[in-house]
Design a protein. Structure first.
Length: 437
């Protein structure tokens, strides 16, 4: 990986793209520290110091925003509205025929779906910004902080609308920065911004573990966490690269005096076909009951039960539900993102077949069978990786946003591998030597 970056900096046009990407990253990180108008910055910092290590329900969203959510900055919502909009549009593509037709139209249809994603991102940013402002005004953003209700001193309609508009504009700017990286940088802009947001929280989380440790001044716990993180990175890289290659043979066709086809290729089916989406879905679904309980008044029996069983990540019921939801969503997402019948029809249309399998329906059944077989280890792997923060809660008394947690490590490794592949592919295009030199 380091060799690829060193070679990229020696290539003039790639060096410009890398420096442009670094400049956009600096702008993004600066924006995560600029507070929005109407917020008492001193009260926010006081509450962050009080709630350090116990960020509660907003910990996951705060991780995706690079710590900007709890500081209520102009980039407080971060990349989450765009991620949510992209997932919603991807799910609706299977349900709505119009979107499915657009997807099949090629580049023009993809551009139209991208435009819909932008509109939905702005709408979700308005909704989430309103919810964040309401939460900050009520004092529920930092439970247990004595000055939590003083974060927004002026509660007039004008100040509230200004705060929501500022955060919505910040989300639009983040989306624009990601598209700039995609167009003029090294590509994959939204994923790189997500990578930077998560990686930015690592130093403080690791140092907090060192300060909370008791063995050799906390260095034993610190070293153990680093060692576990390296092992997890190796495991994630191994599984993310694992795939089942199904051979495909294309029949030879004679058109005039020329022969076409007769080539051999394969269909790569990844073990973790769903990526990190099941973990995000399961986490979001489990946050809903706890969020309802947090905003409800009184001490009813159902609220007490939720706070005792579904808020703390080390409860056996929470662990079991989290694991089962990840497995369910892994199968669900694979089922809607990969259509064996469509793949089989396309193969039959262009004269392709799997050796030993008849074209058409038998091919679709075979692909579905293989996909179900490899999704089982992929879903179990996701569930086990996602439970690492829970084990950290018990072993190191860490917070639920353990630095090498399942969601963060999957995104970090996945985006890192994809970025390195893109840089290497661009290097191969520029350094290729064929017959013509």
């Amino acid at each position: 990986m380091l060799t690829a970056f060193a070679r990229a900096f020696k290539t003039p046009d790639l060096r410009k793209k890398l420096l442009f990407t670094l400049g956009i990253i600096v702008v993004y990180r600066v924006g995560t520290h600029i507070p929005i108008p109407g917020v008492d910055y001193r009260s926010v910092q006081t509450c962050i110091d009080v709630a350090e290590g116990n960020q509660g329900l907003f910990g996951l969203v705060n991780m995706f925003s690079g710590g900007a959510l709890l500081q209520i900055t102009i980039f407080a919502l971060g990349i989450m509205p765009y991620i949510t909009a992209s997932i919603i549009l991807q799910l609706l593509t299977v349900v709505i025929p119009r979107l499915e037709a657009l997807k099949k139209e090629g580049q023009a249809g993809t551009a139209k779906i991208t435009q819909y994603t932008r509109y939905l991102t702005v709408a979700l940013a308005v909704l989430q910004g309103t919810g964040l402002v309401a939460t900050a005004r009520s004092g529920a953003l930092f439970s247990g902080c004595p000055v939590a209700s003083e974060i927004v001193p002026d509660r007039s309609i004008f100040v509230t609308i200004t705060m929501v508009i500022t955060m919505t504009a910040g989300t639009a700017v983040v989306m624009w920065l990601g598209e700039l990286i995609t167009d003029r940088g090294i590509g994959n802009g939204m994923s790189i911004l997500m990578f930077i947001s998560i990686a930015a929280t690592f130093p403080s989380a690791l140092w907090a573990i060192k300060q909370q440790g008791s063995l050799a001044g906390g260095w034993i716990e610190f070293g153990t966490v680093i060692a576990v993180g390296l092992v997890m990175v190796g495991l994630v890289v191994f599984v993310e690269q694992a795939q089942r290659r199904i051979p495909v043979q294309y029949a030879k066709r004679m058109i005039g005096r020329r022969s076409y086809g007769g080539t051999s290729t394969y269909i790569p089916l990844k073990v973790n076909q769903a990526g990190v989406i099941p973990v995000i879905f399961a986490s979001s679904l489990l946050y809903i009951p706890a969020l309802i309980a947090q905003f409800s008044s009184g001490n009813s029996s159902w609220k007490t039960w939720i706070e005792g069983h579904l808020v703390k990540g080390d409860h056996p019921l929470y662990i079991s539900m989290y694991f089962l939801l990840i497995v369910f969503f892994a199968f669900f997402y694979v089922a809607i993102s990969f259509n064996p019948e469509e793949v089989a029809d396309n193969m039959k249309k262009y004269g392709g077949f799997i050796p030993g399998i008849r074209a058409g329906r038998p091919t679709a059944e075979y692909l579905s069978y293989v996909l179900n077989r490899i999704t089982w280890p992929g879903s179990l792997y996701l569930g086990l990786i996602a439970l690492v923060p829970t084990m950290a809660l018990v072993g190191f008394e860490a917070n639920q946003n353990f630095p090498f947690g399942g969601t963060s490590i999957l995104i970090i490794v996945g985006v890192g591998l994809e970025t390195v592949k893109q840089i290497e592919s661009q290097l191969q295009q520029r350094n290729y030597e064929g017959f013509l030199r």
